[in-house]
Ligand binder design. Structure first.
Ligand SMILES: CC(C)(COP(=O)(O)OP(=O)(O)OC[C@H]1O[C@@H](n2cnc3c(N)ncnc32)[C@H](O)[C@@H]1OP(=O)(O)O)[C@@H](O)C(=O)NCCC(=O)NCCS
Length: 306
């Protein structure tokens, strides 16, 4: 633990949480220096209480700093905890982690120095279960079928009829994906794999029906529910938009069920916005709505992310 530097907690009200936790931890809220206040003022923030990143430090002892960071999206049932460790990326890699992406702005608090961050899904006590993204092969189809059905049953319960969701068969979906993976005339499917087992996938290509608005389209994205919230969906989404950009599309669309708040939060944080189009379909007598989201794909487009 001696190398543990920061514990970052994303929340809606950093000041209040920091004030509450400091005495509980035996820590103190880090006072704002004149320079801090000046930097805040440059961002139009006049009161330290409105600072979106509040640090809580140990008093007279070693230990990690707690950062309470304001995040834009509502987080009803979820606080993310980032664990930042002093520059031992190589050590983690040596213990089996893979570097998925390096981005200074992902998890480093604004004023903590701009270190590079290794982002890995962490299970338990730094047991690293890293995923990688690659093109699907036919051998992935069974796992894709299983996770597809499970993702739908978790995401659409209460939106689509139980009778329909319970009737979905992993084998049917696996057969469908096996056939689709074998098609070499279509863009490859992207899979996220852990220990070479598919835990998520995304498909994309030209907007369907063909010729509608000439955009690219994200057709489908699903992640195994046991792996939700670890960044796999975002990584698949970014890989898909990068692939669509590489195919020459300048814009992309996708369709999402409005009640699917998890997916919508992800898309909105990556710069997708509603274009006003909606469609409905009847599933066993229940009307299910889809709304269209759209985003530009130029290199400078919003990448979102925490
Ligand atoms: C949508 C889906 C692909 C997201 O996958 P995921 O691996 O959980 O996504 P991530 O871990 O990358 O999370 C990305 C974002 O989703 C949102 N999100 C995650 N958990 C959430 C929750 N409990 N509540 C609200 N939003 C949540 C957040 O914006 C999150 O970003 P953050 O972690 O930076 O806060 C996955 O939930 C899924 O397979 N759902 C079922 C199928 C589906 O809905 N597909 C999309 C159809 S259009």
């Amino acid at each position: 633990m001696s190398r543990l530097k920061d514990i970052c907690i994303d929340c809606a009200d950093p000041w209040t949480l920091a004030q509450w936790w400091a005495p509980v931890l035996g820590y103190r809220v880090r006072p704002h220096t004149a320079d801090d206040l000046l930097a805040l003022a440059e961002e139009g923030i006049t009161r330290p209480e409105d600072d979106p990143s509040i640090a809580v430090d140990p008093v007279d002892e070693r230990g990690p700093t707690f950062w309470f960071n304001k995040v834009p999206e509502p987080k009803p049932g979820k606080n993310r905890v980032h664990i930042d460790v002093y520059g031992d990326v190589d050590q983690l890699v040596g213990r089996g982690a893979r570097v998925l992406d390096r981005q200074e702005r992902w998890t480093v608090p604004r004023r903590s120095g701009g270190q590079r961050v290794l982002r890995v899904p962490v299970a338990g006590r730094l047991t690293v279960a890293a995923y990688e993204i690659r093109d699907a092969v036919v051998g992935d189809a069974d796992a894709m079928g299983r996770l597809h059905v499970r993702a739908w049953q978790y995401a659409y319960r209460g939106v689509m009829p139980d009778e329909y969701l319970d009737s979905l068969k992993a084998q049917d979906r696996a057969d469908m994906w096996r056939g689709r993976i074998a098609r070499t005339d279509l863009p490859p499917i992207l899979v996220a794999v852990i220990d070479d087992v598919a835990v998520g996938f995304a498909t994309y290509g030209v907007e369907q029906p063909a010729g509608s608005t000439g955009c690219g389209q994200l057709y489908a994205m699903n992640v195994e529910p046991d792996q939700w919230g670890k960044g796999i969906g975002r990584a698949l989404l970014r890989a898909s938009t990068a692939a669509l950009t590489a195919m020459g599309f300048e814009e992309a669309v996708l369709w999402v069920v409005p009640e699917n708040s998890r997916a919508r939060a992800l898309y909105e944080s990556e710069g997708w916005v509603a274009d006003g189009r909606v469609t409905t379909e009847d599933i066993l007598g229940v009307t299910v709505t889809d709304m269209c989201l759209r985003r530009p794909l130029d290199a400078g487009a919003a990448q979102g992310g925490p």
